[in-house]
Design a protein. Structure first.
Length: 548
């Protein structure tokens, strides 16, 4: 009897998924009922978060993009309440109920534009998200104050504590996005504080940086063993501290990682898929190497897990196929294979593989290997995709995000998005009059302002020397103009300092364009760029909206 094809199996799974929709919706509503009765129940909140997470990933797998978007919003709200360690409020329950209703309507095929009321509430947030909450714990008032002022200039909210007891009281109020702990090596209070944080529900999500005056190898290993993400010199250089902090904060903003499994054995493919999906990854299985290229480019994985022995072509050949394209040079490739001899391992690494796991592989080892490789790839991608001075996205990374947004919006004709392009006015005059150090400081000031006033999920890039761009998903062009105008007014009031003590102010010009359904990336960018040119031509220090 002929084994069913992957398409047949996928179709069966898709049907099973739809048959299970009523049960999923009922589970979400039962979870809301539990939280209504027990708003402080962290286990119920965690279960609701997992239910939204599972639905988001599975709906995306089977092409229900609108459902996945709503479920992701529900998951993010659960995550926010979990991090704050606060009781669930009636407004939260109303928000979740609205999302569940929207999910049910989306499954029924009701277009969002015909649903009265909830679409605007759910999909068009124009307010910036809350700033990052940082808890600074240090007995040294001078160091504590220096870090607080530095982070405040970056638009972050800082709480401070002088010792472990005060810090514990702050953690009782809410968990911070990041914890910065200064220690002198004389006591173990700093290490114990980090361990206590990690033991709290949701404590594993907080970024932790420890600062040591001696920062010996022994102290660094102690800090990392306690649960810190990094241990830096004290006092830390501003650029080093900010770079590491942003790297760690960005870690919580990535989308669910996508794993492509290349395996012709149905049972092995099911094992890998089930293991990784239970760990929270979005998984797609390619069973026929001849379709690898199409599935690879359509799925756009963050990591590949594949066998070596495959029909028609080897896994090593597929790895070399991927590596020939420079844009995938850092894409992690893990081999899970029965080939255990040394020559197979040598060929794995020669072909560009990152790991060589022997079947049968323990699920914990598989998940740990995938997680470690994804984290390293994320960090490398962040380093390569960030401008060294402003820490905003580079030109190529910004355009990559813009291209992805245009693709997403073509799948949702009712969605809105806006692009904002900003150019500093008379920047050459600033460099010539006050020096390049002063010019760099202006660039840093503007980048900090942009990060403070847009949502953390909105891509912000430096796409030219003194040119910046912002992508505003689910924000119409009228609201984008209002936001940019407020940014312009605030930036114009910032007093900049030249190295010789001279002070000055400056402005920028802005162009805004909405993304229409028929636009590709070039048309969208050109529309925003044309609006920016019109603003410069009209006298600078203004924002112009493109007529598209």
């Amino acid at each position: 009897m002929k084994e069913p094809s992957w398409e047949d199996e996928f179709g069966t799974l898709a049907k099973d998924f739809m048959l299970g929709v009523p049960s999923r919706l009922q589970g979400l509503r039962l979870g809301l009922a539990q939280l209504r009765d027990r708003p402080k129940d962290s286990e119920a909140l965690g279960e609701l978060k997992r239910a939204f997470h599972r639905l988001a990933g599975t709906a995306l797998t089977f092409g229900h993009l609108q459902v996945a978007a709503f479920a992701r919003q529900g998951e993010e709200l659960c995550h926010e309440r979990w991090r704050q360690v606060q009781p669930v409020a009636p407004a939260d329950l109303a928000r979740w109920k609205s999302l569940v209703n929207a999910i049910e309507l989306a499954f029924a095929g009701v277009p969002p534009s015909t649903v009265d009321g909830w679409r605007h509430e759910i999909e068009t947030p124009t307010r910036p998200t809350r700033p990052a909450d940082i808890l600074i714990v240090d007995a040294d008032a001078a160091d504590r104050g220096m870090i607080s002022r530095l982070l405040a200039r970056e638009g972050m909210e800082c709480r401070t504590a002088t010792d472990r007891a005060e810090a514990a009281a702050c953690l009782d109020v809410r968990l911070p996005d990041a914890l910065i702990v200064g220690f002198d090596g004389q006591t173990t209070d700093g290490f114990q504080l980090v361990q206590e944080l990690r033991a709290l529900p949701g404590g594993e999500l907080t970024a932790v940086i420890m600062l040591s005056r001696r920062n010996t190898f022994f102290e660094q290993t102690q800090a990392l063993h306690a649960g810190a993400d990094a241990c830096l010199d004290k006092p830390a250089r501003n650029d080093v501290l900010l770079r590491k902090l942003y790297q760690l904060l960005d870690r919580g903003e990535v989308e669910t990682p996508r794993v492509l499994v290349v395996e012709d054995d149905a049972s092995q493919a099911a094992f890998v898929r089930r293991t990784l999906e239970q760990a929270g990854y979005l998984v797609h299985v390619c069973q026929q190497p001849r379709t690898f290229s199409d599935e690879f480019h359509q799925f756009k994985p963050d990591l590949i897990v594949m066998d070596i022995v495959l029909p028609e072509v080897s896994g090593h050949d597929l790895a070399r196929f991927v590596r020939q394209d420079d844009q995938y040079a850092a894409l992690p490739i893990l081999f899970v294979t029965a080939e255990s001899h040394q020559q197979a391992r040598i060929r794995t690494f020669a072909a560009g593989g990152d790991d060589h796991l022997i079947k049968p592989v323990h699920p914990v080892l598989l998940v740990s290997s995938v997680a470690a490789r994804l984290e390293r790839a994320r960090l490398l991608k962040a380093l390569l995709g960030r401008d060294g001075l402003t820490r905003l996205l580079t030109h190529s990374r910004f355009m990559e995000q813009a291209r992805a947004l245009t693709v997403r919006k073509r799948l949702d004709p009712h969605g809105v998005a806006s692009m904002v392009l900003i150019d500093l006015d008379r920047f050459k005059h600033i460099n010539d009059s006050f020096g390049h150090l002063a010019g760099d400081q202006v660039l840093v000031s503007l980048s900090s302002l942009l990060r403070r006033h847009v949502r953390r999920a909105d891509p912000v890039g430096r796409y030219g020397g003194e040119e910046f761009g912002i992508l505003l998903d689910n924000v119409c062009d009228q609201d984008a103009v209002k936001l940019t105008t407020r940014l312009l007014a605030e930036f114009a009031e910032i007093v900049h300092h030249a190295p010789d003590g001279t002070t000055f102010t400056t402005t920028f010009s802005g162009g805004v364009a909405r993304l229409t359904y028929t636009m590709d990336l070039n048309a969208w960018f050109n529309a925003a760029d044309g609006a920016l040119y019109a603003a410069k031509k009209a006298g600078r220090n203004r924002v112009v909206r493109a007529d598209v």
